[in-house]
Ligand binder design. Structure first.
Ligand SMILES: *Cc1c(COP(=O)(O)O)cnc(C)c1O
Length: 403
């Protein structure tokens, strides 16, 4: 198809790929487990997981077998028809979330878009007329995706800049400051919408008390509690959802990233009390919940259970945190803090994250920058103790030799 002998991927990107992303440092060609390789044969410990996506690591045999089997059988038919896998995956997710129903889409932004549309339906039903109850309170420094709805819900100027006018009705409380949310919720509010752990914002967790307080506030005011678990869900914290630590149940949940372990899939679960807000024709997407995407989702969830990957995360996290904190003690001028839950860790630096991400790469590890000076470590859920220790060794080497 292409004359690959004379092909230079970097040149192709320079010439043809839209410049909405910064220039990439590497061309990656292969992955296996916790490792990826570039086009020069250099191996990297992948502790970015494609931004918390590759839950099972790369080329997991059970995942590959499930996707391969399904691709031979049936790939796509649209939602004009039922497919077995969509029914199965909806049941599995409802089993994790509670009594209710599931909508499938293809990304985190689309999942959040459905949540925002749900809040409109709820507000309009509550007010008895359209446009009177439509406000959504979210958190400063959050991130909910790049669609107009997601962007409007995102309390970070750098994401919103250049796109005015945005969707009206969004306001921003301070994370873990319940009073700031109490002040913003009024008669016109239809929902409170939060990440249980802010990812792009630099790894900031909602405390259990705050989540409980938001649940109570939403109940008292008759507004929906919507949680964006796109990054922190699907087992990453050692629980299927990060909100489970607070022993609450939201009214609806957005999922994506890790759900297909690399196959694009998003989902929204809606509690049964609100599931009837979506009526036939009120929302949809062509590609949502294809038998292939759902095969990837089912395989991912199956392996997480079968191989006890959430237990793996819970068992390994204390040791890893200890090693990371020892690293912080050893480099007190550069490492300001280490925070996070499970396999969702932020290392806050005194300096910009970008040069340190480059140094980590030179020392053999991929990580993801966040919020200016935070390095995110998001290992695949299959990562074992040795992989975690290796990540700290590499981090120490990069701190000692950052050039
Ligand atoms: C990544 C992310 C999104 C957006 O997901 P896309 O698949 O990139 O559209 C939304 N919310 C959170 C919390 C995310 O981390």
């Amino acid at each position: 198809m292409h004359d690959t002998h004379h092909e230079n991927t970097e040149e192709l990107y320079d010439q043809y790929v839209l410049r909405n992303y910064g220039k990439a440092p590497l061309t990656l060609v292969r992955g296996d487990g916790v490792y990826v390789w570039d086009d020069e044969g250099t191996r990297y410990l992948d502790f970015g997981s494609g931004i918390a996506v590759s839950a099972l690591g790369h080329a997991h045999p059970a995942w590959v077998a499930a996707v391969r089997e399904q691709i031979h059988r049936l790939t796509h038919v649209s939602n004009l028809y039922r497919t077995r896998n969509q029914g199965r995956l909806a049941k599995t997710l409802a089993g994790k979330c509670g009594p209710g129903r599931v909508f499938f889409c293809n990304s985190g932004a689309e999942a959040n878009e459905a949540l925002i549309k749900l809040s409109r339906l709820h507000g309009n039903r509550k007010a008895g007329e359209e446009g009177k109850c439509y406000k959504v309170v979210t958190a400063e420094n959050g991130f909910h995706g790049r669609t107009f709805g997601g962007m409007s819900a995102t309390g970070q100027e750098k994401i919103r800049k250049g796109y005015a006018p945005l969707v009206p009705g969004f306001s921003f409380g301070k994370l873990n400051d319940l009073e700031s949310f109490e002040r913003l919720v009024d008669e016109e509010t239809s929902a409170v919408f939060l990440e249980s752990i802010q990812g792009e914002g630099g790894i900031h967790s909602c405390t259990p008390e705050f989540l409980k307080g938001i649940r109570e506030l939403c109940d008292r005011k008759g507004v929906l509690m919507l949680l964006d678990e796109v990054q922190c869900g699907m087992g990453r914290t050692g629980r299927f959802f990060a909100y489970e630590k607070a022993a609450i149940r939201p009214d609806a949940v957005g999922m994506a990233k890790g759900l297909g372990s690399g196959f694009p899939i998003g989902a929204v679960w809606v509690h049964e009390d609100f599931a009837d807000l979506f009526t036939p024709g009120s929302h949809g997407t062509t590609f949502g919940g294809t038998p292939l995407a759902c095969a990837a989702g089912l395989a991912t969830l199956y392996v997480i259970e079968r191989d006890r990957l959430m237990e793996n995360v819970r068992e390994n996290t204390p040791g890893w945190m200890k090693e990371l904190n020892a690293m912080k003690e050893a480099f007190p001028d550069t490492v300001l803090s280490v925070r996070g839950e499970g396999y969702m860790v932020g290392v806050q630096l005194a300096t910009d994250a970008a040069p340190m991400v480059a140094a980590l790469r030179r020392h053999g590890m991929l990580a993801v920058p966040a919020s200016g000076n935070v390095i995110r470590l998001l290992p695949p859920l299959i990562a074992g103790k040795d992989d975690l220790s290796r990540s700290v060794e590499i981090f120490r080497a990069a701190l000692a030799d950052p050039e």
